[in-house]
Write a protein that binds this ligand. Structure first.
Ligand code: ZN
Length: 269
């Protein structure tokens, strides 16, 4: 079947709902606006600790493929860094392995309807997870604000003169990258159940929305992500933010999505 356009997307969603697809209607899509007055303060969310490589080699690619047919617009693409070696987090007793991190502009999440110039997403896969596990992925997100004094680890990526413009250009290799220096402390975060914010065949799970074209038509992305949005922000310089925005001039962020009754928890340890 060939799905094109919004109308067919709706038909696809209905067809999947009739077929019993658990998430066919898009009940837990991301990103969201975090309304502080509605956040549930809790001590029951598990602690998160990171064991990240301090001396990783990054392979940085621009995922925008101008030769794909049909074309997937640049807004669904990103600059993605894949680190060498094993980095992971522990969420309580459960291990999640770091796969990659990538960037959006402007930020995808909002807090009290306020965004930030950028957002970074650290994507983790639950160790041993099955493809259709609704909690297969855990993404740690951090807002990035403009900071005139930003000399952080991210400058190793964004101060490079020639960032790749699209997927036809070779990956950048960045050595001696300390992943620990990028994230703020993990002791204060908002947590909720959500989705990917761009189409993906990552889980290779047809119950999670089908092909990339199907997902775009239905405007529903795989609902297999536990979100951890850090309350503290990261700083990057105006020039570094500009270098990223130059790659994605129309932005590469998805609109905030309805909560549909979901709770957002604040875990403050
Ligand atoms: Zn993302």
């Amino acid at each position: 079947m060939n799905f094109t356009g919004r109308r067919s997307g709706a038909i696809l969603a209905i067809a999947m709902a009739l077929a019993g697809g658990a998430y066919a209607e898009g009940v837990r899509q991301s990103p969201i606006n975090i309304d502080k007055k509605d956040v549930v303060e809790t001590h029951y969310q598990p602690h998160i600790t990171a064991t990240y490589q301090s001396n990783a080699t990054l392979s940085v690619v621009n995922t925008y493929n101008p030769n794909r047919t049909p074309l997937v617009n640049k807004e669904w693409s990103t600059l993605r860094a894949t680190p060498s070696g094993s980095s992971y987090i522990m969420v309580g007793n459960q291990q999640y392995d770091l796969l990659q991190f990538h960037f959006h502009t402007p930020s995808e999440h909002k807090v009290n309807e306020k965004g930030a110039p950028m957002e970074v997403h650290f994507v983790h896969l639950k160790t041993g997870a099955l493809p259709c596990d609704p909690e297969a992925l855990l993404v740690i997100g951090a807002m990035i604000k403009q900071d005139s004094d930003a000399r952080g680890e991210l400058s190793k990526i964004f101060d490079v003169r020639n960032l790749p413009q699209d997927s036809t250009q070779p990956a950048l290799t960045i050595t001696n990258f300390d992943l620990n220096k990028v994230l703020p402390k993990l002791d204060d975060s908002w947590r909720y159940s959500g989705s990917l914010t761009a189409p993906s065949t990552f889980t290779n799970c047809t119950a999670q929305g089908g092909s990339i074209d199907d997902q775009l038509s239905a405007d529903i992305f795989p609902e297999n992500v536990q979100w951890v949005v850090l309350t503290k922000q990261i700083g990057m310089s105006k020039r570094q933010i500009g270098a990223f925005q130059h790659l994605f001039e129309e932005g590469n962020s998805r609109e905030t999505q309805p909560l549909n009754g979901r709770s957002v928890y604040r875990a403050h340890h």
